[in-house]
Design a protein around this ligand. Structure first.
Ligand code: GAL
Length: 950
């Protein structure tokens, strides 16, 4: 049995009184709020400006390091804080957030911002955590969301989407009228976290400047007063406008870069398949903004997200973003995705993704940290440390190293140099870097890169140059603590300058030092191995504790700011935040196992959850103690499954009189219906999930076959019954291409009418169950993709000219808690079989073969997980996904996944806390839609790994 991470509250008690008398919780809260960078600024309500170098807040330059996060892909507001804290802990200072129109609006004029849609709470949480927000309300967002964020009902609104057509204009103004005021009141200028406001998304073809301008005019009228940005996609050659000038121009045009492509299946060989990943400067008077920088990939080839994580793994992350920093000069960027999350319900645009939107991101869908997270932390802390200098640099001549590529930038004011040394080849290169008067040995593995710093004011020190990368430097208790790192076993050299000879004490490791009295340079030479510790004292400067480690040792550090200065911590699996007063510093940290903890702070003693922990002072001046690991987690076996077949809609006598008559003859879709009437489900208000059709006709006895055609989006199918007899199934059409209207036969199925089934003159009923997998995106802004229908697009009874009258039924009622995208129109969904309260005790025990058709499985289980400990639970199926059926998974009524070979390779389904009651009773319901007789597999509960470090 594996156990989850443990959330600990660790308190370092300090000398002095401070907030004595204030309850600890309130004290912690008060200080935490003050200590948060973004929030402190926000309280003052500061102006957000920018110039060619960087964004500025209250006149101070800010290096914007963001990770993309989609609240709508984590249906658990309480876990939003977990993700935001993890993004903060990695060193980022911002999150980039799409707001998904479709997620909030089930129907024209109807908007929901409560519960899992409470974006006000999201923005408040971001402020509390201390992160800026890049707000991206679209209206078009793409993001592999159904309709690219367009609600299904927009298909019925006339006027080309993403244009200034009046119908569309009225619709998007309705959305912006809802979302803008929420965003506006959370802007940095008004005491909130929203730093930038992004309009549209990769708006590159079929552009309409009046529309682009109106989005901004509306935003301004709604009170948006932070800089407006947009994100251009990827290849400058395809841009019809850069939105840098003229009508529709934005203040800071950004660019999206996906250098590794989405070819996860070939992760081992892909290297820069889609370019060098150097973000273009689009406007001379605005900073270089990497609006989406690849940090994972969609799993377009069903390779599994672990392969996507490898495609965009540590090697990629060390090379491409670092190159972009120095070659591109980007001072604002967002990693897409920081955490991908889950396409729960019918949130997905089905042609590119399945339930999981893990994305191979640094934080997994199950919220676990990966080796990639460590690499982001190494870069995130570095950028946090050097932001003051790096936010204003120009290209300069770089020091050279034979066999390696070098590029450099320097700050014209303080002279700080940032040198990129990279190895574009696949074999390791050992060379000599001629930097100033020095020749430093450097070794770089293939496809690796370093950003080195020289001429830099490192706290109270003068760093001449170093071939180790800087993790961070902090002023703690009257001295500087700096962490530098390099590859295991590679040479490192660091030169510091002093007015006079300092005392050098090597506390740990092997480090040689030479002082040159003429220049004042102290040169340290070493091999990166473990963590060497050097104390440098005197020499006319305040003391410096230099920690020289491997990349792994560097990643073991955590930093946080407190009102009493920064804190460095080693030995925890995560440091969420720190608070400090003259009386105490409190660390909120996770552990994955029992082990040591080392704290560099001004403290004298350590307590955990208010309980003192024995510590000793180390020669490094830190406090060393031990923390317990998480408590064991015991998950119950899932037993007692009950089973019930349904699909009464297939029976001829089923009463469909309450269903909607499908009799329309026209539609706004460019897809011409193959037969009349128009059976597109959206036309009748059914935009989500399963849809039933019943067609009635009077039989002649001469019927030979039924020709059907359905468009479902990728991964969809449909099942057909005639007079209650199952005729078979077919795959639904995809129709994702712009030229799709030309395709006359997207999802054709031909079904023979069995002899003797239809009696001349007798009524006959054709029942069809169609899986609508979600709506196409509108990437091409031409309506062709987005307005492609869902559901039946053609139906003909061959051998008969008798008219067929149709009725349609989809989602019965919108779930007021889980929202419009949660349920489709299966009988069980309409009858509440997904819900915890449904009484299934009369159902037979599961196990018997069922189908073809729809069968439900239900069971319940109780959990009592350790409190105060973060356990991530998944539902796990064994073996390869089945081909004969698909399963839709509901936890306590929340539709959290779809499983089956036709859907994708996914076998683990995350059950987030919130929908999952960690201390209480839970109900699982599974709708099995089988195309052949089968015994559906039942899943088990599992913990998603207590330590995901690779
Ligand atoms: C970008 C787009 C994002 C997302 C991404 C792929 O081009 O702006 O919304 O779709 O591609 O995951």
């Amino acid at each position: 049995m594996r156990v989850g991470r443990m959330l600990l509250v660790l308190v370092v008690a300090l000398a002095g009184g401070g907030l004595a008398g204030v309850p600890p919780a309130a004290r912690a809260q008060a200080v935490q709020v003050q200590s948060s960078e973004a929030e402190a600024e926000a309280e003052a309500g500061q102006r957000v400006g920018y110039d060619a170098y960087s964004v500025m807040v209250g006149g101070r330059r800010v290096l914007v390091q963001a990770a993309e996060f989609h609240y709508f892909r984590l249906p658990s507001p309480e876990l939003w804080r977990d993700i935001l804290e993890k993004e903060k802990a990695v060193g980022f200072n911002a999150v980039s957030v799409y707001f998904d129109w479709a997620f909030h609006s089930p129907a024209p004029g109807v908007y929901d911002f409560g519960g899992v849609r409470d974006v006000d709470r999201l923005l408040r949480t971001a402020a509390q955590v201390g992160l800026y927000v890049i707000a991206r309300p679209g209206p078009y967002i793409n993001a592999e969301t159904s309709g690219g964020g367009f609600p299904g009902w927009l298909k019925l609104v006339p006027g080309r989407a993403r244009s200034s057509a009046p119908g569309y204009t009225a619709a998007y103004r309705e959305w912006l009228g809802q979302i803008n005021p929420i965003i506006a009141r959370h802007q940095v200028t008004r005491g909130g976290p929203v730093l930038l406001y992004n309009v549209e998304n990769e708006y590159a073809v079929n552009t309409d400047a009046a529309y682009m301008q109106d989005l901004q005019d509306v935003a301004r009228a709604d009170g948006i007063d932070v800089p407006i940005t947009t994100n251009l996609c990827c290849d400058a050659a395809s841009w019809t406008s850069t939105w840098a000038s003229g009508d529709g121009a934005v203040q800071i045009p950004g660019v999206d870069d996906y250098p590794q492509s989405f070819d996860c299946g070939n992760a081992a060989t892909v290297w820069g398949a889609w370019g060098a990943g150097i973000t273009e400067r689009v406007r001379e008077d605005a900073p270089v903004f990497a609006a989406e920088y690849q940090a994972g990939a969609i799993d377009v080839n069903n390779a599994g997200y672990q392969a996507c994580r490898e495609l965009t793994g540590v090697a990629y992350t060390r090379y491409f973003p670092k190159s972009n920093l120095i070659a591109g000069g980007a001072t604002a960027f967002s990693h897409y995705m920081g955490f991908g999350g889950t396409n729960w319900g019918w949130l997905a645009q089905p042609n590119d993704v399945y339930t999981s939107y893990d994305y191979g991101a640094a934080i997994t869908e199950a919220r676990q940290l990966t080796a990639k997270y460590d690499e982001y932390k190494r870069q995130g802390y570095f950028l946090h440390a050097v932001a003051g200098s790096l936010t204003r640099t120009d290209p300069v001549a770089a020091p050279a190293a034979a066999g390696l590529e070098t590029l450099a930038r320097a700050n014209p004011d303080d002279g700080a140099q940032f040198v990129l040394v990279r190895n574009p080849g696949t074999a390791a290169v050992s060379s000599s870097l001629g930097w100033g008067r020095y020749a430093f040995p450097v070794t770089l593995p293939g496809h690796d890169a370093k950003v080195l710093v020289g001429g830099y004011a490192l706290g109270g020190q003068r760093l001449v140059a170093s071939t180790s990368e800087l993790l961070t430097h902090e002023a703690i208790g009257g001295r500087d603590v700096a962490v530098l790192h390099g590859g295991q076993g590679t040479p490192g050299a660091t030169v510091l300058r002093y007015p006079s000879r300092p005392r050098v004490t090597v506390l740990e490791g092997r480090v040689a030092s030479v002082f040159d009295a003429a220049s004042g340079d102290l040169r340290l030479d070493y091999k990166h191995s473990g963590l060497a510790r050097v104390l440098i004292d005197g020499g006319g400067r305040r003391p410096l504790l230099l920690l020289l480690g491997t990349a792994a040792a560097a990643a073991s550090f955590w930093r946080a700011d407190t009102a009493a200065g920064p804190v460095l911590v080693r030995g925890t699996a995560l440091l969420r935040s720190a608070t400090a007063t003259p009386g105490a510093v409190a660390l909120r940290a996770d552990t994955a196992a029992a082990g040591p903890v080392e704290v560099f702070a001004v403290g004298r003693a350590v307590t955990v959850d208010g309980v003192p922990v024995a510590t000793r002072r180390t020669p490094s001046g830190s406090l060393l103690g031990r923390l317990p690991g998480p408590r064991p987690v015991v998950l119950p076996a899932l037993t007692g499954w009950r089973q019930r077949a349904e699909a009464p809609e297939a029976a001829p006598g089923f009463d469909d009189s309450g269903w909607t008559v499908a009799g329309k003859t026209t539609s706004l879709s460019p897809f011409v219906p193959l037969t009349q009437p128009v059976l597109f489900s959206d036309e009748y208000g059914f935009h989500t999930g399963s849809v039933w059709y019943r067609g009635r006709f009077t039989a002649t006895g001469a019927e030979t076959s039924v020709s059907l055609n359905a468009i479902t989006g990728k991964r969809g199918n449909y099942l057909v019954w005639l007079n209650g007899r199952y005729l078979g199934s077919a795959a639904g059409g995809v129709q994702a291409d712009s030229d799709a209207p030309a395709n006359p036969s997207p999802g054709a199925g031909e079904f023979a009418v069995p002899d003797g089934l239809l009696k001349p003159g007798a009524p006959a009923v054709l029942s069809v169950l169609v899986q609508n997998m979600g709506h196409n995106d509108d990437w091409t802004a031409d309506d062709n993709r987005f307005r492609q229908p869902r559901g039946l697009v053609g139906a003909r009874v061959n051998g008969s000219a008798a008219p067929v009258t149709w009725r349609i039924q989809g989602t019965a009622a919108i779930d007021p808690v889980r929202g419009a995208l949660n349920n489709g129109g299966l009988y069980g969904e309409r009858a509440g079989w997904t819900l915890p309260g449904y009484a299934d005790h009369s159902w037979p025990w599961a196990g018997a073969a069922q189908g073809p058709g729809v069968t439900w499985l239900r069971t319940a289980f109780s959990l009592d997980l350790p409190k105060g400990q973060d356990t991530s639970v998944v539902l796990r199926f064994d073996g390869a996904p089945p081909a004969g059926y698909r399963a839709i998974l509901y936890l306590n009524g929340w539709q959290l996944g779809q499983y089956g070979a036709a859907i994708g390779p996914q076998t683990d389904f995350v059950l987030p806390a919130g929908p999952l009651r960690h201390n209480g009773r839970n109900t699982l319901a599974i709708a099995v839609i089988a195309t052949e007789r089968s015994v559906a597999a039942t899943p088990v509960l599992a913990v998603a790994g207590r330590d995901s470090r690779e």
